[in-house]
Design a protein around this ligand. Sequence first.
Ligand code: C2O
Ligand code: CU
Ligand code: CU
Length: 510
Amino acid sequence: MSPTLEKFVDRLPIMETLKPTRRTKNGAYYEVVMEEFRQKLHRDLRPTRLWGYNRQFPGPTIEADTGEPVQVRWINNLPNRHLLPVDRSVHNVAREPEVRTVVHLHGSETKADSDGYPEAWFTSGFRETGPAFSREVYEYPNHQRAAALWYHDHAMGITRLNVYAGLAGMYIIRDKQEKLLNLPAGDYEIPLLIQDRTFNADGSLSYPQQPDDAAANLPNPSIVPAFIGDTILVNGKVWPYLEVKPRKYRFRILNASNTRDYQLTLDSNQPFYQIGSDGGLLQKTVKINQIGIEPAERVDVIVDFSQYRGQTVVLKNNLGPNADPEDATGEVMQFRVTKSPARKDTSVIPRHLSRIPSLKQNNIRAIRNLKLTSSNDEFGRPLLLLDNKKWHDPTTEKPRLGTTEIWSLINLTGFTHPIHIHLIQFQVLDRRPFDLDRYNQDGKIIYTGTVEAPAANERGWKDTIAAPSAQVTRVIAKFAPYTGDYVWHCHILEHEDYDMMRPFTVTDTE
Ligand code: C2O
Ligand code: CU
Ligand code: CU
């Protein structure tokens, strides 16, 4: 358990926007170095040893305009000693594996050799590289619409520890259409990167020897690897506060936690105006009082503080009616609304935001039924699988370049999995509940309810989607614009590392 830390004593930091090392005819070129360093995460906590990009936690923000390519040389200068306990059985090795890293830009349309394939890892100084090919300088074409993406580590079997140690940051793509909307911008557009952590008394990060130990507060701890921290951080500070003017703000919210999902509300009972999701702006603004956000999901919201002059507003995490009153994670951060009137707020909350052509009209080339299942490894420990296959089983998903497919995610486990597909942004078609007990008896899917359309705030472009237990969640995607080897996985990092990840290949042949 973490030491008791007073809430709302540290100001919310804003990640710095990275300046290119140089500009070339191929776009902006950056060098980003992964290093170990210490950073103060709370007033009363000794500086915490972390791993981060350019000695920052979270990493610096990279910004680009649509169509403006970015190149990044990701440099691993980490010490060759893990910061957190490595579960060796996962790696099937007698000695601790070397520190491995590879960076993935989540939500991006990237060529396979720049996508951060989990086996394209490299060790400090590029001494050793994994079995998959990757280039040394990654290229991000940024051909996609404006959106909040994020970069994070994706090394095979060890992503949960590398990200927990601090290897994550935001990446914002902007475009003209978005600029024309006159949304709150500049000082009034704020990224909120939310994570949970547990600290030791000396300020160091605490992570259990095996991640399922941490799941003690889950309903059935022996079933599932998970990590639930007892302390919430935003932009790398524990329960921070932000002074705001009585006006509208745009918050780019990212859940960068390993396992934890959040149900965000405001204690003023005012609504959020959600304008975007993973893949950018929605079609229409959605007025909503509570927003669920699974690991890796992004929500783009406007909050209007104009009626709360001189008051405080707390961003809460609704833990539900059975929450332990001692649980401090029901709060995320605090906004302190100044008394002084803001300069005239000329930003708007548009009703119509963007056009999202439905993929339903496309020719559907394949419908894949993909089960989310659980099993045990050779040590008898729980594993979660995609379609009962492990990472190393032969690739079964081979969509053809430029074709549209429906993936039906049939969740046969007892809890929600946020499923993420690389390369593409998809649309959610629907969800439908079925009888899980019946399935466990005779392997039949018997639906218990009608087809449910996605919620209003799930009707935009998505790259990560909640697939709830005992439901079939259907998504539709066009597999383009690149061929090659990619992955899809559960974005609960403990699940991903314990085999809930599979390769897929976009092919250009029959
Ligand atoms: Cu955010 Cu495959 O990752
Ligand atoms: Cu991704
Ligand atoms: Cu999962």
